[in-house]
Design a protein around this ligand. Structure first.
Ligand code: FAD
Length: 463
């Protein structure tokens, strides 16, 4: 028997709203299987609950618009009835961002699937619901690539990337999603379609910046224009071994302050052994493009202080880089498995690495905690912690880990590097934003007067 942990407050209103949406010709479903499919994101605690036939919530209906105009109609109707709308792309978000805790409408963007390539400007304009893997495949057929490659490439959407401020595995050279965005088309909560003509660099505040990373609180992103590049003609792989994380991280600083490899990752001892069978700390790197040969030689002969150990670890990583089976392996054993990513400046790097690992390991029930450095900047880096644990009250264990880790992060690091805030990190957002917090809260009230977009996240923004 399926148990819904949070009951809808809108089931009485929904029939009328669904009727109006259907009358406008927008596809809408109240079938249980569709509502279950749009009941949660990929936050791991939901997976553990599912084993007990528990769902965090259920939307009362799911809408499947295929144009910005259809989204506008849905928003106008929901706004008039004050019914919440939860936006779903690929539902690969991991921070409990769009769970329909209040009930109402789940809006799937997957029908917005157009792709237009402009080879001259080197831009692609994609519907928000285009799945990353599909976009990359189509670009590759024409000799282009986005080079934005999150581990979730095959289960996340273009709109989701913008909403969560996603980051890809090659971001060190090519930038994060915000560096690729040229323009956005957005529908506001009261149904207005916002569009500004794309330009290489826009005057005044770039409207796209307002919605990038807004996690579905301010509007529905319908279409995104992104920079593309030619597939690099040459690329080389190199790996190095270090005795300690300290040494490898210090070397990464020197590398980043000399040039930007396409890929750089440093795995702590636990992850180096697990992933590559190497005793030590492994750094992997890839260099790409016309200068790749020069950059490889520069890395090996001049800037790296580690022991050169060939290409094999990079090849292993490339083969496994979209493998996400760890999560499903642990769930049936009653173990919760999750990741926490934060960014920090170089001078705090080893403090953040040690303190967050210790904070996670000290929580009663932790089975293991490990870390790799995954994204790099001239000024600092991102640490990506992985942990698994088991305890009688699994949810209490899970909350405690996040509490301890975020308390450290809020002192020495960012709350998140690329997974976003969602419900999981909302408690610490005010501290992260300082004086800007009230400005963002006001912005939400202006854009979404009735608080109908992703209200479970918004509620925290407004508290
Ligand atoms: C195994 C795994 C690996 C991952 N690896 C990475 C990684 O390498 N890099 C990375 O950055 N992330 C990663 N993620 C996290 C996740 O894939 C990203 O956050 C991704 O950007 C979410 O896209 P989505 O389409 O699945 O969005 P969803 O999960 O559907 O939505 C995420 C949030 O964005 C909002 N949203 C979605 N679409 C829109 C829209 N069109 N308009 C407005 N709001 C919208 C939702 O309401 C929600 O709040 C990973 C997740 C998993 C499960």
């Amino acid at each position: 028997m399926l148990r819904i942990l949070s009951k809808s407050r809108y089931s009485g209103k929904i029939e009328g709203v669904v009727g109006e949406i259907a009358k406008k010709g927008v596809r809408v479903s109240t079938r249980l299987e569709d509502r279950i499919a749009y009941s949660k994101d990929f936050n791991p605690i939901h997976l553990n609950r599912m084993l007990k036939f528990e769902l965090p919530a259920l939307p009362d209906a799911v809408v499947f618009p295929s144009t910005a105009e259809e989204i506008s109609l849905v928003m106008q109707i929901c706004n008039a009835h004050s019914v919440p709308v939860y936006i779903f792309g690929g539902a690969s978000g991991v921070v409990d961002g769009a769970t329909p805790y209040c009930g109402g409408i789940a809006l799937s963007t997957l029908g917005l699937n157009s792709i237009q390539i402009d080879g001259k400007r080197m831009l692609v304009t994609a519907g928000a619901g285009v799945v990353g893997g599909k976009l990359e495949e189509i670009l590759n057929q024409k000799g282009f690539t986005l080079r934005h490659s999150p581990q979730s490439l095959y289960c996340s959407t273009v709109g989701g990337w913008v909403a969560t401020k996603a980051s890809g595995q090659f971001s060190t050279k090519y930038g994060n999603i915000e560096d690729l965005i040229v323009s956005l088309k957005v529908v506001t909560p009261d149904g207005e379609i916002l569009e500004a003509k794309p330009m290489p660099r826009k005057a005044f505040i770039n409207p796209a910046d307002i919605f990038t990373g807004s996690e579905g609180l301010l509007g529905v992103i319908c279409e995104v224009t992104l920079k593309i590049r030619k597939i690099p003609e040459k690329s080389f792989k190199v790996a190095f071994k270090f005795e300690s994380m300290d040494e490898a991280v210090e070397n990464a600083r020197k590398i980043l302050q000399s040039f930007k490899p396409a890929l750089l990752r440093i795995f702590d001892r636990l992850e180096s052994l697990k992933n590559f069978g190497v005793e030590g700390v492994v750094m992997i790197a890839m260099v790409e493009g016309k200068l790749a040969e020069f950059e490889r030689d520069f890395l090996i002969k001049e800037v790296s202080t580690g022991e050169f150990i060939g290409e094999k670890p990079v090849e292993i990583w490339l083969k496994e880089r979209f493998n996400v089976s760890d999560i499903s392996k642990y769930v049936p054993l009653g173990i919760v498995f999750d990741t926490i990513e934060v960014s920090c400046f170089w001078e705090n790097a080893m403090k953040v690495y040690r303190k967050i690992l210790k904070a996670i390991r000290d929580v009663d029930g932790t089975l293991f905690a490990s870390c790799h450095a995954s994204h790099f900047y001239e000024e600092g880096l991102c640490f990506y912690f992985t942990f698994a644990g088991i305890r009688g009250d699994l949810e209490e264990y899970y909350r405690e880990v996040w509490e301890q880790a975020m308390n450290v992060a809020s002192k020495y690091a960012s709350l998140s590097h690329h997974h976003g805030i969602g419900k999981i990190r909302a408690k610490w957002l005010q501290k992260e934003l300082g004086g800007y917090y009230s400005i963002f809260r006001d912005l939400k009230t202006i854009f979404d007067r009735k608080n109908i977009l992703n209200p479970s996240v918004a509620k925290i923004i407004e508290s």
